[in-house]
Design a protein around this ligand. Sequence first.
Ligand code: GLU
Length: 287
Amino acid sequence: MIYRGRFAPSPTGSLHFGSLVSAVASYLDARRHEGAWYVRIEDVDKPREKPGSAASILSTLERFGMRWDGEVLYQSQRHDAYAGAVARLLDEGKAFHCSCSRKRLAEDSRPGEEGLIYPGTCRDGHDEEARQLSVRLLTDDEPVQFEDRILGLQTHQLEREVGDFVIRRADGFHAYQLAVVVDDAFQRITHIVRGEDLLFSTARQIRLQHALGIATPSYAHHPLVRDGSGHKLGKSTSAWPVDSARPVATLGRVLEFLHQQPVEADTIDSFWKQAIAGWNIEAMQHA
Ligand code: GLU
């Protein structure tokens, strides 16, 4: 089987325990399948980037003995590819310009699981005088289904649950949903293993793949690391930066979190050998 996996951190802070879990899960799954594992720095959202964090994330991965294949891909270098995809979607009538202000959206939209559900306001035309326009992908209520390797069958109806979603923001930056789909295709990624916080994004990404005529990879979403009050650990909460002074012990905690058999290792190399041999993603099903 051809297996090309990836870890795609956003450089908004140093690697915290929650993103180490994603890195390790995607790495082990790739290596267990004798596959390739790529690293992509998702620095598409420049205003949210913290200077120095991309380098810090990469050196932390190295300190944990995680070796990636090929060159690191930076989304900040990929503007033309994203612009090309948006232009195509607009040309083909699969996307449209939107002039709605935040205020207008707040007034017109119902809240959904992930923010406001776009009510379709600009589908048939936008305010020609608006200075800043976003671009949205046209959705419908045809169910989007995928079989998650951990969570089983997922079904979403985008128009009802999310609405037409932004692929290029009004400030000109391309949206994560678009960039991730264009880059997963560019890097010919076949398997995606990432946190459950992105489960809801997957339906949007599959819809975009269909619109762009791109194959859909296989998906697995692992449980999230939460803090004492049940909130997901995010780089922005800066909780639990990883302890890279004792990498084997830290990696052991990651393995335990991922419901894997414990390994007895004195060195990082021996840790990886055993963890790869024992990797069983199914242990997280129904966990
Ligand atoms: N860049 C995203 C994040 O750090 C992850 C993207 C992905 O794995 O698809 O949350």
